[in-house]
Design a protein around this ligand. Structure first.
Ligand code: NAD
Length: 477
């Protein structure tokens, strides 16, 4: 798969373009592969293929058969989880065992959950007040969906969107992140292999400003599902106005994680550690602002710093598995190191890490910073790297207000053994997902999405089917 440049996947074809996109292995700062670079013209062709498939066999396929195909795709992903693991480890840098046993396995599960949905998407008969009329609804696909995904979970973020969109009967043009196109291209091959009609899933890697913008603005696209930064989300909405296509957005976050003095400390410290360092801090739900009650701060900081220093960090494909890999790219590494410097300059103290690690690849030492205050740049902006910011607090009401004092609203949570307090947090924290005495759990059956500037629409669960469907109301006289 990596030996020769991979073409775009459009319909049944592998389309080679004149320009190639270099796929960089962030563990070594070397070119690992090349793929064809898709542009606006290729997006046009992919949209046409998707439109044709919608009125072809896919459009008339029974719900049962659609579900069967999704189930087969889930099986194929699980069978080839080693390949998915390697592809994601190569272009994203994450440890291969994580990419294989977590990302690929969760992706397969996601398809399996949504494989059950097509036969359960039902309309209603509505008891209207006219005595001689009947009213009923049909739930139909939106049409051609443009899916634009980020690099942090290359396979999983595609699965989150693709599975419900296909379950609801749509056809797809997928533009994966330019840094991580490999597993998306491979997935398109598997879809054809298990029997999806050509054109149902088209994959066009390319740059956001070119292929991505063309997809978001395309008059032949009925809906865009986007995951990425809040800044790009705004551009997607601007791009959508021409044909008023539907848009759903999963954007950035700056989650508050509150550690109360009455928490089960062992569980809370371990949970809070991985809330940030999981996926090397490159998660939209990372517990990036850790509020620790002043009475326990010293011991918590000490233990978190010890844990950070003990992490094994190394190349994604190393024979001896590591806890963390590199960050995604040189610009991202420079950005993360810049944030650490800004934190230092504004008065925060580095208690672990704080610098680049090694010279090959884009490695940042797992970093813990204490004495962070609400107004610091590192407490307000999304760092998206292995930097845990610790803030102190004294009082529950105070910390809830501070936790909510952000434009983001993707995730939040806290640790306490006081049930009443946990329920107050459930009421008052403003975020689409709350984790109480746990962190990071997601499930294909449970809705996920943002409040405030973290986006709109809910992926997963029944909500995701609504996101990729539209209701038609029919009157019969
Ligand atoms: P990004 O916004 O730079 O890129 C995301 C995708 O958008 C890529 O495919 C990119 O090519 C494309 N893109 C860029 N500019 C575009 C444009 N003008 N028009 C159309 N498409 C364009 O984000 P990123 O750096 O790849 O990912 C990190 C961000 O994603 C973080 O902010 C993170 O919080 C967010 N994220 C959110 C979730 C979530 O579920 N809410 C999940 C993962 C990541």
């Amino acid at each position: 798969f990596l030996e020769k440049p991979q073409g775009l996947r459009i319909g049944n074809d592998r389309v080679e373009t004149s320009k190639l996109l270099d796929v960089i292995d962030p563990s070594f700062d070397t070119q690992a592969a090349q793929v064809s670079l898709g542009t606006a013209a290729n997006i046009d062709d992919a949209v046409s293929a998707a439109r044709a498939a919608l009125s072809g066999p896919w459009g008339t396929m029974t719900a049962h058969d659609r579900g069967q195909l999704l189930w087969k795709l889930a099986d194929a992903i699980e069978d080839r989880k080693q390949i998915f693991g390697e592809l994601d480890a190569i272009d994203n840098g994450k440890p291969m065992h994580v990419a294989r046993d977590v990302d690929a396995v969760y992706s397969a599960r996601h398809f399996r959950y949504f494989a059950g949905w097509p036969s359960k998407i039902e309309g209603r008969t509505i008891p209207v007040s006219s005595p001689d009329k009947m009213n009923f609804t049909k739930v139909e696909p939106v049409g051609v969906c443009g899916l634009i995904t980020p690099w942090n979970y290359p396979t999983l973020m595609v699965a989150w969107k693709l599975a419900p969109a296909l379950a609801a009967g749509n056809t797809i043009v997928l533009k994966p992140a330019e840094q991580t196109p490999l597993s998306a291209l491979y997935l398109a091959d598997l879809a054809l292999e298990v029997g999806f009609p050509p054109g149902v899933l088209n994959v066009v890697p390319g740059f956001g400003s070119d292929a991505g913008a063309a997809l978001a603005g395309h008059a032949g696209v009925d809906k865009v599902g986007f995951t990425g930064s809040t800044e790009t989300g705004r551009r997607i909405v601007e791009g959508s106005v021409g044909n008023l296509k539907k848009v759903s957005l999963e954007l950035g976050g700056k989650a508050a994680n509150i550690l109360f003095a009455d928490a089960d400390l062992d569980k809370a410290i371990a949970g809070s550690f991985w809330a940030l360092f999981g996926n090397n801090g490159q998660s939209c739900t990372a517990g990036a602002r850790l509020f620790v009650h002043r009475s326990i701060k010293e011991q918590v900081v000490e233990r978190l710093a010890e844990m950070a220093n003990a992490l094994s960090v190394g190349p994604g494909m190393d024979a001896s598995p590591h806890d963390l890999g590199p960050v995604i790219s040189r610009p991202q590494m420079d950005k993360v190191l810049g944030y650490i410097e800004a934190g230092r300059a504004e008065g925060a103290e580095v208690v672990a890490g704080g610098a680049q690690r090694g010279e090959d690849g884009y490695f940042v030492a797992p970093t813990v910073m204490q004495s962070v205050t609400d107004d610091m740049t590192i407490a307000r902006e999304e760092i998206f790297g292995p930097v845990l910011c610790i803030l102190d607090f004294d009082d529950e009401n105070e910390v809830i207000a501070r936790a909510n004092d952000t434009d983001f609203g993707l995730a939040a949570g806290g640790w306490t053994q006081d049930l009443a307090r946990a329920l107050r947090l459930a009421d008052k924290l403003q975020a689409g997902t709350l984790w109480l005495n746990t962190w990071g759990d997601t499930d294909a059956a449970s809705p996920f999405g943002g409040m405030k500037q973290s986006g709109y629409g809910r992926e997963m669960g029944a909500e995701a089917i609504s996101l990729y469907s539209q209701t038609k109301s029919i009157w019969l006289g």
